[in-house]
Design a protein around this ligand. Structure first.
Ligand code: FES
Ligand code: FES
Length: 203
């Protein structure tokens, strides 16, 4: 099938039920879009489809026919995307960086729809997980972009306070790790299904 990504048309050979994420990463070699949970929970795999943010780990590539996909590789070519990247640099948002392509895509999608989003709109749109806890920096960058001063950084996070468990383990980290673990299993199962299918076809 034909797939339009970043204003280019690609002929792809993956099965129609292959998650868009794996076509982008494995078939087309664009590795900026990340795999986190595989369950549409963390947002690491976020891309834009016809301008709306979408979690590519659970979207069959067959559903993308005739639609325009944008990935982090081309985000700076978009004027709004470029502003987001500049704000991310200005506010030094990334820590390890793994979640940040998804965060930038989510921010770009919001700001393309609403130039000056309210705190509530920012909170509703910026729900991707970050294991490094860059939420306050993301919020500061978003307030900068939206022209609002927002709340002071120390009080800016709308995420519930992450309580420490008996052994001092951050419960948010535990939850994210659990989601990632389940997703890894899902990816392995998907991979096995594909191998089984390929085996049948050869037999
Ligand atoms: S939401 Fe797609 S990898 Fe987590
Ligand atoms: S910056 Fe490390 S996971 Fe978000």
């Amino acid at each position: 099938m034909e797939l339009q990504i970043n204003d280019k048309t690609y002929q792809i050979t993956s099965d129609a039920d292959t998650p868009l994420l794996w076509v982008i990463r494995d078939e087309l070699g664009m590795t900026g879009t990340k795999y986190g949970c595989g369950l549409a929970q963390c947002g690491a795999c976020s891309v834009l489809v016809d301008g709306e943010v979408l979690r590519s780990c659970v979207m069959p590539v067959g559903a993308m026919a005739g639609r325009k996909v944008s990935t982090i590789e081309a985000v700076s070519a978009d004027p709004v995307g470029k502003q987001v990247v500049d704000a991310w640099v200005k506010h030094q948002v990334p820590q390890c960086g793994y979640c940040q392509s998804g965060q930038v895509m989510a921010a770009t999608a919001l700001l393309k729809q609403v130039a000056q989003p309210s705190d509530e709109q920012i909170a509703a749109a910026m729900v991707n997980l970050c294991r490094c806890g860059t939420y306050n920096a993301i919020k500061a960058a978003m307030h900068d972009l939206s022209g609002s001063k927002g709340a002071p950084a120390a009080a800016a996070s709308t995420l519930p306070a992450a309580p420490s468990g008996p052994a001092g383990v951050n419960q948010t980290t535990v939850a994210a790790a659990a989601v990632a673990g389940i997703g890894a299993v899902a990816a392995i199962q998907w991979s096995r299904t594909q191998k089984a299918k390929a085996g049948k076809e050869q037999a």
